[in-house]
Design a protein around this ligand. Structure first.
Ligand SMILES: C[S@@+](CC[C@H](N)C(=O)[O-])C[C@H]1O[C@@H](n2cnc3c(N)ncnc32)[C@H](O)[C@@H]1O
Length: 355
């Protein structure tokens, strides 16, 4: 399936589509309310790059100054050029894509953006390659702080390989922060084989629970959902073809941290956000369940504590608790103790049992 899929997807993004308006559905379109600083970054990007944007979510991880970022399926380069402004002149953003036409647009505007951002040297580069075979490119292992991607992994014929490659390229404590399309059930093979449904970022979508399993198998033990929205396909013919499957755009962050707990375990720990991340002075959003208000002790499970203390985010938090005393599963974290409680001290000999 690999080569056929590559050829069809490349044909779709290189020749069939000339711009966002050629898409047949709104699956590959972002409708998130954009923060002001993101709007400013986008206003500095060349129109031709923006016109060929096919992403499905907002890929804007915090704390990027000086970071080295890799964008999988970078297309015409919109997210590369947006984040090139966040990492600054001493950071860098590398894009990888397999489609010549997309790479041509991205490469042609490197100098334009260097000049626009006022940098002495360009901090962006683009490589031709497959995101399942990043090891064939000249990319140093464990050299990236962040790997991003926007509406691409659904198009990959080998999603497991992509996640494994990402694990190898991330620095310890680094993270993959990416938006993609997911389905509420496994998509039937007949739909996966349809090049338009596949190219439109629908039928290649992973069933969300299969994605979680793949991510965990690749080493990302505790995937964190940042935000999600249902996709309204807005095309009656295509909607009828895929019904009753529902599709969602979702942004996940996957931290490369060894030996995270498989569930959220409570060690009585907390974090206090210092309010020091630019553009996020009042609260820090780690994920959909962790909107951490500035200056207020925020109880966390050990995994969250480690994601914040063992990553580039650490300097923006104070950490409370040494993690030596386990007190059970973290309350409200999706899992509860499956055993019924003892009828406490009031248990009588009637209820007692010998086994
Ligand atoms: C939906 S577009 C998204 C492009 C870009 N991320 C954006 O937001 O505009 C998908 C892009 O991923 C690229 N792509 C798809 N599958 C790929 C693969 N297996 N390896 C490398 N690039 C791939 C396509 O060439 C295309 O440019």
């Amino acid at each position: 399936m690999g080569d056929k899929t590559y050829n069809e997807v490349s044909e779709y993004y290189g020749k069939t589509l000339q711009g966002s308006e050629d898409l047949k559905t709104n699956a590959c379109c972002t409708d998130t309310d954009l923060p002001e600083y993101v709007k400013t970054n986008l206003s500095n990007i060349h129109d031709e790059v923006l016109a060929r944007y096919y992403g499905c979510g907002l890929v804007a991880p915090q704390v990027l100054k000086g970071a080295r970022i890799l964008d999988l399926g970078s297309g015409s380069g919109r997210d590369v050029y947006a984040l090139a402004q966040e990492v600054g002149e001493h950071g860098s953003v590398v894009g990888v894509d397999m489609t010549d036409e997309q790479l041509e647009v991205a490469n042609r505007h490197i100098e334009y953006h260097r000049d626009k951002f006022g940098y002495a040297k360009a901090n962006t580069e683009f490589h031709k390659g497959y995101i399942e075979k990043l090891d064939e490119l000249d990319l140093e292992l464990e050299s990236f702080n962040v790997v991003i991607s926007n509406c691409v992994i659904n198009l990959s014929p080998d999603k497991e390989a992509v996640l494994k490659q990402v694990w190898n390229l991330l620095k310890p404590g680094g993270e993959m922060y990416f938006s993609d399309v997911y389905s509420d059930r496994r998509v039937p093979v007949g739909l996966i084989k349809d090049p338009v449904l596949y190219g439109e970022c629908l039928s290649g979508a992973l069933y969300w629970n299969d994605f979680l399993t793949l991510a965990k198998d690749a080493g990302f033990t505790d995937p964190r959902l940042v935000e999600d929205r249902p996709l309204t396909i807005d095309n009656a013919t295509i909607e009828a073809r895929v019904a009753p499957i529902k599709f969602y755009s979702a942004t996940y962050r996957l931290f490369k941290i060894d030996n995270l707990d498989r569930s959220c375990e409570d060690y009585g720990q907390a974090v206090i956000y210092k309010g020091s991340v630019p553009q996020h002075s009042e609260k820090f959003v780690l994920d959909a369940h962790h909107h951490i208000e500035k200056g207020r002790a925020f109880p966390v499970c050990r995994n969250t504590y480690r994601m914040l203390s063992e990553s580039r985010l650490a300097e923006h938090f104070e950490f409370v608790g040494n993690g030596e005393h386990h007190v059970g599963i973290f309350p409200g974290c999706g899992e509860i103790m499956p055993f019924s409680a003892l009828k406490s001290d009031s248990a009588t000999s009637d209820s007692a049992s010998c086994c």
